[in-house]
Design a binder for this molecule. Structure first.
Ligand code: ADP
Ligand code: MG
Length: 397
């Protein structure tokens, strides 16, 4: 495994692909700076080592041309606050002006390039654009785990042209996510919820083979309940995947993976925040009602398995957690994961939001910064951002 710490970066021009793709409002103000903070260990290290640090990222979806609200100025300014250091901000990514500014940098200086997605060559992984990026630097560091599933120029193309190493965040993500799938800490439990089986089918297939316990909640549980022949009333489910759910339960039996489904549920008479609702055993869903959360007995049962596990992975809410009346299942599971003695890893936008909402982020061993990248990694896919920076994925898909 290559390590950034083994590379001599002093006075070298180091191009660092970071994930500064923070959520912003219409005026481009930063709503949540977690992603910028997550990149600080790598950037601080490089600055302390006297590298000439050139950070590059995308922000939003400007689709290959400059869009004012997606300029990196506010991100660069905020980075300066966090690092207590002045940050050079360029209005371009490549070209003579950028090159000249880099030449003028002193060891330990840091620069932020303009949004790399202002250039059509980025998403096209255009060799010429990759070459222009590579020309800026002596060494390439990839620390953008959240974008590692994209074969773009600043992630993939440029890495083939420069000596490349992973940054600390990328390394941490790969180490922690590999532990979930194939670490030595047994038993392993995964909790998967959210809206659709279809979105997470490959993930479920991989987990059912690798976990000791697979816990299902959220709307995705409905398809499994249907496969068990239960009446789920008006609950959303995926007709086309009922057979697949049955197969997954079959594989679980063969592999001796404990697959857990809700034993009680919160049902509502329609889909609304203030809908009439009640808790019922899972085999007593009234006709015309819909399942919007797992029930308290289910939370209790799930908590027991979570407590016994040595590694726990959680992705996807247990119910419509956006509505308070249907958030108990998700909150209960979040608290169980946070207080479990296990190594705990949480991935996925909505699950992460639930963890932060409850202020539990510091009680989780690792909250993954990747959305799509995290899922694809756990599905066993080879991510372009890991392959290209010579980073050997420890997990075999
Ligand atoms: P994540 O972002 O953590 O991967 P998903 O995006 O897959 O999670 O799913 C989140 C969505 O699933 C939420 O908007 C939530 O309201 C919805 N959901 C969960 N349970 C149910 C349910 N029983 N019925 C309808 N929607 C549900
Ligand atoms: Mg989501």
């Amino acid at each position: 495994m290559q390590s950034l710490k083994k590379v001599d970066v002093h006075n070298k021009r180091v191009l660092v692909r970071v994930d500064f793709n923070v959520p912003t409002d219409k005026k481009g103000n930063i709503i949540d700076d977690t992603r910028i903070r997550e990149s600080l260990p790598t950037l601080r290290y490089l600055v302390d080592q006297g590298a000439r640090v050139i950070a590059v990222s995308h922000l939003g979806r400007p689709k290959g041309k400059p869009v004012e609200e997606f300029r990196m100025d506010k991100v660069a300014r905020h980075l300066g606050h966090l690092m207590k250091k002045s940050v050079i901000k360029m209005d371009e990514c490549v070209g003579p002006a950028v090159k000249k500014a880099i030449e003028a940098m002193a060891p330990g200086d840091i620069m932020v390039l303009e949004n790399v997605r202002f250039y059509p060559g980025e998403e096209a992984n255009d060799p010429e654009f990759s070459r222009q990026l590579a020309e800026l630097a002596d060494i390439y560091v990839n620390d953008a785990f959240g974008a590692a599933h994209r074969a773009h120029a600043s992630i993939s193309g440029v890495a083939d042209l420069l000596p490349s190493v992973p940054g600390f965040l990328l390394e941490k993500e790969v180490t922690m996510l590999s532990k979930v799938m194939s670490g030595a800490e047994n038993p392993r439990a995964a909790i998967v919820g959210g809206a659709k089986v279809a979105d997470k089918l490959t993930l479920l297939k991989n987990l059912v083979e690798k976990m000791d316990v697979l816990i299902i909640g959220g709307a995705m549980a409905n398809t499994f309940l249907k496969a068990r022949g239960l009446n789920i009333g008006q609950s959303v489910f995926e007709e086309a995947l009922v057979d697949t759910a049955r197969e997954l339960m079959e594989i679980a039996r063969e592999r001796n993976t404990k697959l857990l489904l809700p034993v009680d549920v919160v049902v509502a008479d329609h889909f609304a925040e203030d809908a009439k609702h009640q808790i019922v055993p899972v085999d007593q869903v009234p006709d015309g009602w819909m399942i919007l959360d797992i029930g308290p007995e289910t939370v209790k049962a799930y908590r027991q398995y979570i407590n016994q596990a040595r590694t726990v992975f959680w992705n996807g809410p247990m119910g419509v957690y956006e509505f308070e009346a249907f958030s108990s299942g998700t909150n209960g599971v979040a608290r169980a994961v946070a207080s479990a003695p296990a190594i705990s890893v949480v991935g996925g936008g909505d699950s992460m939001a639930a963890v932060y909402h409850l202020g539990l982020q510091n009680k989780i061993t690792h909250v993954s910064t990747g959305g799509g990248a995290t899922l694809e990694f756990l599905e066993g896919k080879r991510l372009p951002g890991l392959v290209s920076c010579d980073f050997r994925q420890q997990m075999v898909g």
